[in-house]
Design a protein around this ligand. Sequence first.
Ligand code: ZN
Length: 685
Amino acid sequence: MGISEADAANELMRLARQIAKHDRLYHAEDDPEISDQEYDALVRRNAELETQFPHLVRDDSPSKKVGHAVSSSPLGKVTHEVRMMSLDNGFSDEEIHEWVARVRRFLSLPDDEPVAITAEDKIDGLSCSLRYESGKLVRAATRGDGQVGEDVTANVAYIADIPQELSGDNVPDLFEVRGEVYMSKQDFAALNAAQHEAGGKLFANPRNAAAGSLRQKDASVTARRPLRFWAYGWGAASEVPGDTQHAVMLQIEAWGFPVSPFLTVTNSVEDMLAHYAEIGRQRPDLPYEIDGVVYKVDRLDWQQRLGFVAKAPRWALAHKFPAEQAETTLEAIDIQVGRTGKLTPVGRLAPVMVGGVTVTNVTLHNRDEIARLGVRPGDRVVVQRAGDVIPQVVRNLTPEVEREAYLFPDACPECGSEAVAEESEVDVRCTGGLICPAQRTERLKHFVSRKALDIDGLGEKTIDQFFALGWLESPADIFRLKDRKDAILALEGWQDKSVDNLLASVENKREPDAARLLFGLGIRHVGEVTARDLMKNFHELPALRQAAEQARAGDEDALSEITSIDGVGGAVVEALGDFFHEPHNVEVWEDLLSLVSPPPYIVETLDSPVAGKTVVFTGKLETMSRDEAKAQAERLGAKAAGSVSAKTDLLVAGPGAGSKLKKAAELGIEVIDEAGWAEIVAAAG
Ligand code: ZN
């Protein structure tokens, strides 16, 4: 691999933005531009890089998000009582072995303790949560972003697989059945044929057809679409009818729901892989699309202990099916310029079907990758999409003697400035900086994006247009747009109402969230979470700037104040110092802060005895692993730190605790044992 750190950081940034865009197209608009396999490949690549460079994990990382917020939906919103998670993916046999080993380590299981795992095929549909009270269906909701979904109660009434009432005994007062709404291959083909005939929109795949059919304001449209459902789990429940995943699924089936015909319990990794191979063998003949196999730890008490990390449970994994390949011609290599000036080559292909989806673009990553493949426009290449990597060129089929070297541009295609690779860097960057329109507009787009200032109505096209007119030189200019109201109105496509809406959303951000503002500035290494962590500590932006400047000038106290924040390291301090050392940045910063007033950043903590406190674990823990202990601390709103300092509030010491225990005693820090910790956890529920 040999990808440099800088290269990885940039690729992660690009992936975060690409994936966010595709999430929006997929979840909020049901209109994806890429196949699910291509999407998975992006997510996969992101995970690979994050594994290789854990300190580069971005705060807006796709690995921390589920789906997309439902913002512009005509349907009502439903807040899920129990969050709907997504699944981590595995691709190779080794990853499955590693996942099971991780489960064992987390639970501190002895080697001879068997771990039962359920396995079932993963149908490619739309996740849905069905809430039953006293056995009657009272609400159905889509996943949405995992916390808030859309109300589709009226729509699911037309899905025959979903009972309006649970049948049989054992029905709890409250039970939410979770599963997948989907469309069979045959029904999908018939629907698209009918749409074609009627001149309507064609759906890209059965999954999108199912989503588009379910998420209809007019439920009579849903009624005409052949939707199906099967259950894979549950959410909120007044009572869980069983001690294992499998037992509860059998009960759900007995209440009247279809479940996967492949659902089984395995007792070893070998069993799991055999089941996966068997499902893969039958996959082409199944009446519905599947994209992998889902494994879940069977014992519910273990699921409880394993808990969640970021967006996914530790106790479940999706084992995806492998990549597919095809041959085509590389027609052109286009160069795109990003926010940091990086030149990214994109291969344009003669359209080719790979596993049922047309592929026209591939990433070529960077100059070295082009050199490694020896590709240039006109070459025959093998293209791969899905699972294990980004849609990419795997091999060049053109004989080496017939190739000429591709000359990577030494000038920016957007501004003509010299493009160079810095020492030890793979990436070639435009040196135009602020005169490069690509970089400037990309930065502005980042500033107004959903995770940053989140200014509605200031879309990418509007930014490009206003930028071209010279109205947006820097973020501060956004807050001066109100002076251009008449000029905007004079532009084609703008009416009183749309201009008023735009200006109102800008005015709405006069007192922006300080952490979002900081993130929006796009300072290297300062992602969404880092920005929040910094602001939690400094509260006000000028205080952060002062500390960053002092740290850069060699002030040890300022340096340690920043680096003592969990998750903030030297790279962040350096990036902040560099940012404020650049006069132009200071100008932009001061200009911006003269127009907006972020209130002091204060975060409310959870209601648990350790909320907001810093906890350190030391010594040997006997009933749980260190990771589990840390995860518990985070759930209770506490911060788990690695070393004891004056900022430590509580030390949890197991047998064999040494220097940390001694230091805690010196500092007068409260010390408890593992049993004491377990009491706190139990009391918090
Ligand atoms: Zn440029």
